[in-house]
Write a protein that binds this ligand. Structure first.
Ligand code: MN
Length: 138
């Protein structure tokens, strides 16, 4: 009988702390897979949000694509309803669009990010997602 392999495909990396950890509520793990350089004009990494963890509202000047690989989470654009995201989902976030992403309350979320057109500037971090906004999601 085949045994299902539940090991993560990409490295989980390290717990975010310090300056970068301030952009999150809860515990997040990060592994950069493709560094910023002039060849591809994008950065790629693996992010694992522990249950209840999410990032602050933020914008990417050159856009971002999320490829969900595990667990269950939320994605929300400013002034729109949050939507639940699952493994296999591809979330295309246009440039300069205020949004957040993170895990549901009772389950981790793992996604790859591809931050595109990074020559247009760094991610702009904003306020945390309020407890009120997060807690009403179901
Ligand atoms: Mn983002």
């Amino acid at each position: 009988m085949n045994k299902i392999n539940t090991d993560p495909i990409f490295e989980k990396g390290h717990k975010a702390e310090g300056k970068y950890g301030k952009n999150f509520t809860g515990q997040v793990w990060l592994k950069t897979l493709v560094e910023q350089n002039g060849e591809w004009n994008c950065t790629i990494g693996n992010v694992t949000f522990e249950p209840g963890c999410r990032n602050n509202w933020h914008k990417h000047p050159g856009g971002q694509i999320l490829l969900v690989t595990g667990g269950r989470g939320w994605f929300q654009e400013w002034s729109k309803e949050a939507r639940e995201i699952y493994p296999g989902d591809v979330v295309k976030i246009p440039a300069d669009t205020k949004h957040w992403h993170g895990a549901v309350k009772n389950c981790c979320l793992t996604h790859l990010y591809v931050t595109t057109n990074v020559n247009k500037g760094p991610t702009e971090w904003m306020e945390p997602v309020s407890e009120e906004t997060y807690n009403k999601l179901k």
